[in-house]
Design a protein around this ligand. Structure first.
Ligand code: 3PY
Ligand code: ZN
Length: 634
């Protein structure tokens, strides 16, 4: 249009004309930005229509027209939110809230639907679009929940890396719509939301920012149960005024006298240490679902007797013993348990909340939440789940095999595609068995991100190279091990309980000396002011402090995300079926790009591929024809 001609005119570009008019009327630019934005979005839809979405094989791709819009339940709009746990936190502070939790006789619930459930079933792919649409209804219908686990763990990097979304934007949008229920995140101690130890001031700044943006409960763990590795994070949480929930990661089997590395006393001792370190709440983090029902009874009773903290139990239902286990825990006096809405529960995710509620109805443990309301939320997610079908792991039923291989639920849905990606899909049984063997070689570890990833990487390495444990001991001096494995044996993610197996450590480190101190002591603090400046220069635009954190935690991923964002703008406004699958000719979709600004987009035709590999994509945008050019890379 006319404006475009003006602002691209050489005289204008050289700065030779008087532009003071534009300084006074910046709204002139808004028009152009809006038009650009629509173009960028159309470009994304066109590109995805032609090339598909990275990671979804064409034969697995779904069709927009076959996917139903998930129905948002009706709620009393305009009515105040029911009073929730966040209101209690505001009144009583973290210690007061913990005390209230401990004194409460009924079982309290955390809903993991927005974090661990989809991390464990669908490789963490739930998009902000779907979370945001149900947020207001969740605030009303889920008002009786203790917390919503909705951030942290793998969601941080997956949202940038694969979904091209800003994790902070997700937190902000949900917080705005859900002011009444505690927001909970999973924090990997010194690894923050990453896979490696970060400098202390990165962990501190991250926690401060997350608390400022609305996280109320930080579940802090260390992937080796090394409490030294939790200290910086726990202190940062305490300083922020949020609730410090310190986790003991459960592995092995306290009922099996042969598995004597991690007996009951081990967990009791760790719990006492965490209490001394200032935890408000104690979490049992059963990341693989190894805690059996009678073991849960024993463990919860012991922890209740030996500490003064409320107990929050987290598990995965991989074996299908999950609900039975939670019932035993409730009976033993457990205060809060994690569960997921029925439609995204079970298998490698959390046990079924709706089933648990039905089982507890009328008992002294009855959580007394709105069961019908939670059913409506579950119905919403049942429809949404269909959009993510290509990311589902193929586990169809619970399996007691988990007690053998001990693969965490959150890893299972990633390990399988990784194995397939290496062309080892036909050797899946062997891969699980190798995971177990590697755990034995490594001295029977606590396996949870990132220690679990290291075990998985070593197992895949051994399968790929047809190595058995004996081969590693015999020929290991000549083998180049995966970097993560080397770093682990160097002590870069901390010290495992009972120490490293020395013989193997020597083989893997090839003469290098391992660390015995906390890695964070050796890492240079990040200069955030300098970093921000560098980043802005590099990207050519202003960034927020949150962006600097993203760039420090995940440098490559963040820059790639930013590049995408410049090219396609904010695609989190796209309905999920369009984001993953594009449109077919004749499909029409409504997109709210901001409050009061709606695009109605119809795909009319896809042009032939030209010699330079591009195609014209013919859209109708709010009734007007609009053509974009995309590269055909299919
Ligand atoms: C994570 O660290 O993301 C986990 O879910 C560990 O269980
Ligand atoms: Zn988990």
């Amino acid at each position: 249009g006319f404006l475009e001609k003006v602002i691209t005119h050489p005289t204008f570009l050289e700065g030779k004309c008087d532009t003071s008019f534009l300084d006074k009327h910046p709204e002139v630019f808004d028009l152009k930005i809006k038009k650009d934005r629509a173009n960028k979005i159309l470009n994304y839809i066109g590109y995805t229509t032609v090339n598909g979405y990275p990671g979804i094989a064409p034969e697995k791709a779904l069709r927009f027209k076959n996917l139903r819009e998930a129905e948002v339940p009706e709620i009393p709009y305009g009515q105040p939110h029911p009073r929730g746990t966040r209101d209690i936190l505001r009144e009583k502070g973290p210690k007061g809230l913990a005390e209230w939790t401990r004194k409460n006789k009924q079982l309290l619930l955390t809903d993991t639907t927005m974090r661990d459930a989809h991390q464990s079933l669908m490789a963490t792919r739930f998009r902000t679009y779907d979370l945001d649409r149900i947020a207001e209804a969740t605030a009303h219908l889920g008002g009786g929940l203790w917390s919503l686990e909705m951030w942290g763990g793998a969601t941080y990097d997956v949202s940038m890396r694969f979904l091209r979304e800003d994790p902070w934007d997700r937190l902000e949008r949900l917080r705005e719509k859900i002011p009444n229920i505690l927001f909970q995140m999973l924090l990997r101690g010194s690894n923050a939301v990453g896979y490696t130890n970060y400098p202390d001031n990165v962990v501190q700044d991250f926690v401060a920012k997350a608390a400022e943006k609305g996280i109320d409960v930080f579940r802090v763990f260390d992937s080796l149960n090394w409490t030294t590795g939790m200290k910086v994070a726990m202190e940062a949480v305490q300083k922020s005024g949020a609730i410090c929930e310190a986790a003991i990661c459960y592995t092995g089997d306290i009922l099996d006298p042969k598995r004597d590395k991690y007996p009951l006393e081990y967990y009791v001792n760790m719990a006492k240490e965490l209490e001394t370190m200032g935890a408000d709440v104690l979490a049992i983090k059963d990341m693989a679902g190894l805690l059996k029902p009678f073991a849960a009874e024993k463990l919860v009773k012991a922890l209740k007797n030996e500490t003064g903290l409320p107990i929050h139990l987290h598990t995965h239902d991989t074996s299908s013993n999950g609900v039975a286990m939670l019932m035993m825990a409730a009976q033993a006096g457990c205060d809060v348990v994690d569960a997921a809405l029925s439609s995204v529960s079970g298998l490698t995710a959390q046990p079924n909340m709706n089933a648990l509620l039905a089982a507890l109805e009328g008992t002294i443990w009855d959580p007394k939440v709105d069961m019908q309301g939670l059913q409506k939320l579950a119905n919403y997610w049942e429809t949404c789940r269909t959009y993510y079908a290509p990311f589902e792991s193929e586990l169809r039923s619970g399996t007691a095999q988990v007690y053998e291989h001990e693969i965490p639920g959150g890893q299972y849905s990633n390990y399988k595609p990784q194995v397939e990606g290496l062309g080892l899909g036909h050797r899946w049984e062997e891969c699980k068995e190798m995971y177990r063997k590697v755990n034995d070689m490594f001295g029977d570890l606590v396996k949870v991100t990132p220690s679990s990833k290291i075990v998985g990487d070593m197992a895949m390495f051994m399968i790929q190279n047809n190595l058995e444990p004996e081969d590693v001991y015999e020929r290991g001096h000549d083998l180049a091990f995966p970097q993560g494995v080397v770093d682990f044996f160097k002590g870069m993610i901390g010290q495992p309980y009972g120490g490293f197996p020395e013989k193997l450590q020597k083989i893997i480190l090839k003469g290098e000396q391992p660390l015995t101190c906390r890695p964070g002591e050796l890492l240079e603090p990040v200069d955030f002011v300098l970093k921000k400046d560098e980043l802005e220069k590099k990207l050519g635009h202003k960034v927020r402090d949150e962006d600097v954190l993203s760039a420090v935690l995940y440098p490559g991923v963040y820059e790639e995300y930013d590049r995408f964002r410049q090219e396609h703008s904010d695609t989190s406004v796209l309905p999920t079926p369009v984001f993953f699958y594009g449109l077919d000719i004749g499909d029409e979709v409504t997109i709210d790009i901001e409050a009061g600004k709606t695009l109605i987009v119809k795909l009319n035709a896809v042009g032939r591929v030209r010699e330079d590999g591009t195609r014209n994509i013919y859209f109708e945008l709010n009734g007007e024809p609009r053509t974009v050019v995309v590269k055909d890379e299919s």
